[in-house]
Write a protein that binds this ligand. Structure first.
Ligand SMILES: Nc1ncnc2c1ncn2[C@@H]1O[C@H](COP(=O)(O)OP(=O)(O)OP(=O)(O)O)[C@@H](O)[C@H]1O
Length: 314
């Protein structure tokens, strides 16, 4: 059962990955730049890149455009954090947002489910459409939007409730199950899809906070999946995890992309190369370049992208 994103119908208007692991793609070893991602250095502002062309990514064909951002700027009070970003995000694809610290990756990620609305003094201009609908329209209920565009944060944040309740909470408040049996099925299916079922099946009523960090992150992903999202936003989902837990989440991301549109912010060049089919490079609040991940890492158009992925700044 699906719930509606909009309150009323509206017309169409409009932790690092393993640091020893150099990014690899198509058998080619790419420049290791993860260490450099920790460093910061200013550089000149960059021109706006054109919207990306549909293309075939490293891991297979990318889907049709799911989210379309046009001329998106974000201000925190008087300070502008994002400048006229135009980017098409394809469905059933992992899109990685990369760039040095403070370049606006998380700010842009948050525009896609209106999380910036929750930040005092944050103001968003421009237009963002999901399936052709303006997500900032007055008729859009941000709570429903955030169920359809789920978010996973850097630090796993399970509710202080049982594993079962963590996953059941969303479907219950959104009325996605009509019986306890149906709710049980949703919980089980979500935990399975998040690759956690085998590990927690015998302790569903234990606290979610008692799980390991990697398990907690998979629980949070199960929680997001349980309300049938179409898009999953991930803000450095592995940065608090060890390499083994990171590898599990990366495998999971690869599986999830068959069903969802996934956007991931990562500081790890190796991770972006491993998990994404599309990459967008941000610098100083501007989108510098976007394209197939393989192209961005092996043959970037912009000098600044090359300098970043080869660790000349970060
Ligand atoms: N809530 C906020 N209030 C004021 N300024 C903010 C806020 N959040 C972010 N900023 C500023 O906006 C700019 C972009 O920040 P953002 O967190 O989006 O960058 P980022 O690329 O995700 O950085 P990082 O990789 O370090 O997480 C930075 O200058 C940051 O200081």
């Amino acid at each position: 059962m699906k719930f509606k994103l909009f309150r009323a119908p509206e017309g169409r208007n409009g932790g690092p990955a393993d640091p020893t692991d150099a990014p690899r793609m198509g058998g080619q070893v790419l420049p290791a730049a993860d260490a450099a991602a920790e460093r910061q250095r200013d550089a000149a502002a960059t021109p706006l890149a054109p919207a990306p062309k549909p293309a075939v990514g490293a891991g297979g064909p990318v889907g049709a455009t799911k989210i379309c951002a046009r001329d998106v700027s974000v201000f925190y009070g008087d300070k502008q954090a994002l400048y006229d970003v135009s980017l098409d995000i394809p469905d059933k694809t992992v899109t990685a947002l990369i760039g040095p610290s403070g370049c606006g990756k998380s700010t842009f990620l948050r525009t896609m489910n209106r999380m910036n609305d929750t930040i005092p003094h944050a103001r968003v201009t421009g237009r963002i459409e999901m399936d052709g609908e303006d997500i900032n329209a007055k008729s859009v209920d941000p709570v429903l939007l955030r169920a359809r565009v789920g978010m996973v944060f850097q630090k796993p944040n399970p509710f202080p409730k049982s594993i079962y309740e963590n996953v059941a909470y969303g479907p219950r408040i959104h009325g996605l199950a009509t019986s306890k049996g149906e709710l049980d099925d949703i919980v089980q299916a979500s935990l399975k899809r998040a690759g956690l079922w085998e590990e927690v099946a015998d302790r569903l009523h234990s606290p979610g906070t008692g799980l390991s960090g990697g398990q907690q992150q998979r629980l949070v992903i199960a929680r997001a999946i349980a309300v049938e999202p179409e898009v999953i936003l991930m803000d450095e989902p592995c940065s608090a995890l060890d390499p083994i837990a990171t590898a599990k989440i990366e495998e999971l991301i690869d599986e999830l992309r068959e069903r969802y549109c996934i956007v991931i912010v990562t500081h790890s060049m190796a991770q972006a190369a491993r998990v994404s089919q599309r990459t967008a490079f941000f610098h100083l609040g501007r989108l510098v370049e976007t394209g197939d991940t393989e192209d961005i890492f092996t043959n970037p158009r912009e000098r600044r992208t090359l300098d970043y992925i080869t660790g000349r700044f970060g």
